[in-house]
Design a protein around this ligand. Sequence first.
Ligand SMILES: O=C(O)CCC(=O)C(=O)O
Length: 327
Amino acid sequence: MLLNSSPSPTKDLEQAKLDLTKYGFCLVPEVLNPQEIELAKKRLLEQAEAEEELGLSFRDGGAEQEIKITDGRVDKASFSTSNGGVNQRLWMLANKGQCFRDMVTHPLVDDLVGHVLGEDFILSTHSANIAKPGGVRMGLHTDQWWMPQPVKAGEDYIKPSEISRSAASSFIEPNLSLGISPPVVANCMWMLSNFSSANGSTEVVAGSHLTGAHPNQEDQSTYPIIQPEAEAGTLMVFDGRLWHGTGANTGNSDRLGVLTTFCSPQFRQQENQTLGLDRDLWDECSEKLKTRLGFKVWNAYGRIESSMDYLIDIEPKRIKELKPNKK
Ligand SMILES: O=C(O)CCC(=O)C(=O)O
């Protein structure tokens, strides 16, 4: 059932877990103190400016932005200011500052993401979204749109590799007698500025995580969308099934948010954290961070050779084609 109310920000973690279960999200205020907010903001804005200067900046959310498809592939150049992009996205934050790496291993993440996914989970994507004035609604979606729906034994199903972001009708109106999929993703939004409906606070539909349905991509006008208003330093944790998306920024200031998305260890990470990690950071990564980045073998998955290896190395020993010496 879709709800028309929002949980209040709370520092009581038991209440936050109840909120996550009921509403699909919770808000914990003052998780980052004023110094931590300033540090993360400074690092983010510096990085954003440098990426812009170097032509590396990724922009979306433009009202007139046209996403070009060339030879069946999305043209990367579509995501630029010259093509009408507005909101600036920064990816692979694990490489871009200690303040961001600290978010991945934060004790509240253990507790609240662990409440949704269990003890073992890995970083799927660590990104920032600077929602800028003029940016339009992203549109509601879930963070596990690719999750196969429950099916009746022996009946036809959508082949897993053919599931698309545009949500087939069986995803929009699922057969609830078959049950619903559990969460396999949980997301953290670290608010680095005050979030309001004017500056594009994340749109959410409370209770949507328990409907088994995905939002209709064509028409979202009837959904009871809420935009939580909260102070900088607040952490919003949400269930991967929750309908959500960036709101339109109709104000005149940037909304700064960092999204740390986790998935359970049997799913593919959105950013390739193990290949993408800056090699120079390896020696300073704690075992906990390495585990979160996906270097820990999970029930023999993610290994290179022996399934008994606990962590894989960043420069693993690769056993190549061999021949015995004796012959
Ligand atoms: O920026 C936000 O508020 C949410 C962003 C989001 O939903 C996404 O990037 O998938």
